[in-house]
Design a protein around this ligand. Structure first.
Ligand SMILES: CCCCCCCCCCCCCCCC(=O)SCCNC(=O)CCNC(=O)[C@H](O)C(C)(C)COP(=O)(O)OP(=O)(O)OC[C@H]1O[C@@H](n2cnc3c(N)ncnc32)[C@H](O)[C@@H]1OP(=O)(O)O
Length: 214
């Protein structure tokens, strides 16, 4: 069977159609007894920069030469904003941002919601929609907010707009983060990097990494 036939069969197969049409409840939909996320009383004030949680983080680390250097700011409620400039080294197609790179920027801005809730969580699931190509040199205006919590699960959503905070939507993501203890990093990470992070002279960054998860 030719690939074209195969694709057409899939589109007309009732099982395939009903799966995509009826998939309104997924693992990214908070259950009915989920609760609203709570902003921690010591969270940074709206407009305040969050800084990096780890100097070598690919998303936000200030000492990571290959990184995105996202510098998120606290928003209202449990939300954050950031701007991300797409550079030539971020290309996938000529002159256009690589989709995986954009998903990474979404992952990072979503991860920075941790500091507003004073929780440590890691990405369990990240679903990204790419709505229009993002050219090199454009500034992606990112926002993320937590929408619900259920036990250790944190449901959150993010958008990336081009041309301004109210510009056209280029990327959208929904995610489920799972709360973890510091042991998650100690058990799975590498000793040298963990010890270096623990010795970080930046007290705010150290607090973000270690003190939010008693
Ligand atoms: C010492 C140095 C410190 C440094 C301190 C730095 C701190 C700052 C860190 C922040 C960093 C931010 C950076 C950006 C965010 C990343 O990029 S984080 C890196 C990418 N993510 C990962 O590496 C996570 C890898 N996955 C895992 O470790 C584990 O699978 C997880 C996610 C922790 C879950 O495992 P688990 O703890 O055994 O939990 P489990 O019981 O399986 O699941 C708990 C619940 O979540 C649900 N769940 C789990 N996974 C999924 C999934 N994929 N889909 C749907 N539901 C799921 C389960 O169904 C379950 O639901 P309930 O039964 O409670 O209803």
């Amino acid at each position: 069977m030719s690939p074209a036939w195969h694709a057409r069969d899939r589109l007309t197969d009732p099982a395939v159609r009903s799966a995509s049409v009826s998939a309104t409840k997924t693992s990214l939909t908070p259950p009915d007894d989920a609760v609203p996320p709570v902003r921690h009383p010591d969270a940074p004030a709206p407009g305040e920069p969050l800084g990096a949680h780890y100097a070598q983080c690919f998303g936000c680390g200030t000492e990571q030469p290959h990184g995105l250097h996202l510098d998120a700011r606290a928003g209202e409620g449990v939300s954050v904003t950031a701007e991300f400039t797409v550079r030539p080294e971020h290309q996938g197609a000529p002159g256009l941002a690589h989709g995986g790179l954009l998903a990474t920027a979404m992952d990072e801005i979503l991860g920075s919601l941790n500091w507003l809730m004073h929780t440590i969580s890691v990405t369990g699931r990240l679903e990204t929609d790419f709505l229009q190509p993002v050219p090199v040199d454009s500034v992606l205006h990112l926002t993320a907010r937590a929408t619900a919590r259920h036990g250790r699960k944190i449901y959150c959503t993010a958008t990336g707009r081009v041309g301004g905070p109210d510009g056209p939507l280029a990327v959208r993501a929904d995610a489920l983060f799972v709360e973890v203890k510091v042991e998650h990093f100690v058990d799975h990470g590498r000793k040298d990097e963990i010890e270096a992070a623990m010795a970080d002279p930046d007290t705010v960054r150290r607090a973000r990494a270690f003190e939010v998860n008693p």
